[in-house]
Design a protein around this ligand. Structure first.
Ligand SMILES: N[C@@H](CCC(=O)N[C@@H](CS)C(=O)NCC(=O)O)C(=O)O
Length: 199
C-alpha cells in the first residue's frame, strides 16, 4: 500500500493509524500547492480529487476520504484500534468520524484562507466553539469513543492540532489540551509527527 500525504494535513490521521498498527505501507509526500508528489508525479493522475489523503492498495485500487481510509486500515489488524463491524461501538466510532469530518475538519478549513472576511470569521468561530464545547464534554473515556484509543482519536488529534497553526486561544477547553497531550505522548503518534517533519 502507499499513502499520499501532506505534512500536518488531514492525511496525518491515516498515517497515525498505520504506525499505531505497524502496517507495511509506503508514504509519498504531496505538495498541495503544485499537486506534484515528491517523486515528481502529477498527483491529480493518482487521485483525481486532487487532495490528500489517498491510499493506493497493492492491487491498484484507490481509496480516498479520511473516514473510509482509517476504517480500512483499522480493519487490517483485528483487536487493534477499531471495533469489529456490526457492533454498536463501531457505529459510535463512525459517528465520531463523521462528526469530526463535517463539523470540525471542514469547519476549520476557512480559517486557513488568508483573506477570510471578518464577519465570516466571527460566524465560523461561534460555530467551531460550540463544536469544541461538545467534544470537550465528551472526552471522558479518556479517549473520544471510549476507554481505548481508536481511529477516531487519530482523526480528532489531527484536526485539533491545526488550532496550534491557527494560533487559536484554547484556554476555554482544558480537557482538549489534556487530551492532545495524552495522544501526543503515544509512541506511534510521536513517530508519525517525526516522519512528517512536525516533531
Ligand atoms: N473530504 C476529504 C477532504 C480532504 C481534504 O480536505 N484534504 C486537504 C488537506 S486536509 C487537501 O488536500 N486540500 C488540498 C486541495 O483540496 O487541493 C477527506 O475527508 O479526506
Amino acid at each position: 500500500m502507499k499513502l499520499y500525504y501532506a505534512p500536518g494535513a488531514c492525511s496525518l490521521a491515516p498515517h497515525i493509524v498505520i504506525n499505531e498498527l505497524g502496517l507495511a505501507c509506503e508514504t509519498e509526500r504531496v505538495d498541495l500547492g503544485t499537486h506534484k508528489t515528491e517523486h515528481g508525479a502529477d498527483f491529480t493522475t493518482i487521485n483525481p480529487k486532487g487532495y490528500v489523503p489517498a491510499l493506493v492498495l497493492d492491487n491498484g485500487v484507490l481509496l480516498t476520504e479520511v473516514a473510509a481510509i482509517v476504517q480500512y486500515l483499522g480493519d487490517q489488524k483485528a483487536g487493534g484500534i477499531i471495533a469489529p463491524a456490526g457492533t454498536i461501538t463501531r457505529y459510535q466510532q463512525m459517528e465520531w468520524l463523521s462528526f469530526i469530518s463535517t463539523e470540525i475538519h471542514k469547519q476549520l478549513g476557512p480559517f486557513f484562507r488568508p483573506n477570510l472576511p471578518a464577519e465570516t470569521r466571527e460566524q465560523q468561530m461561534a460555530l467551531i466553539k460550540r463544536r469544541f464545547d461538545y467534544v470537550a464534554q465528551h472526552i471522558k473515556g479518556p479517549f473520544i469513543a471510549g476507554s481505548e484509543f481508536s481511529v477516531a482519536d487519530a482523526y480528532l488529534f489531527t484536526v485539533l492540532n491545526w488550532t496550534r497553526f491557527l494560533k487559536f486561544d484554547m484556554s476555554a477547553w482544558p480537557a482538549l489540551a489534556t487530551y492532545m497531550d495524552r495522544v501526543a505522548s503515544r509512541p506511534a503518534v510521536k513517530k508519525t509527527l517525526g516522519e512528517e517533519g512536525l516533531a
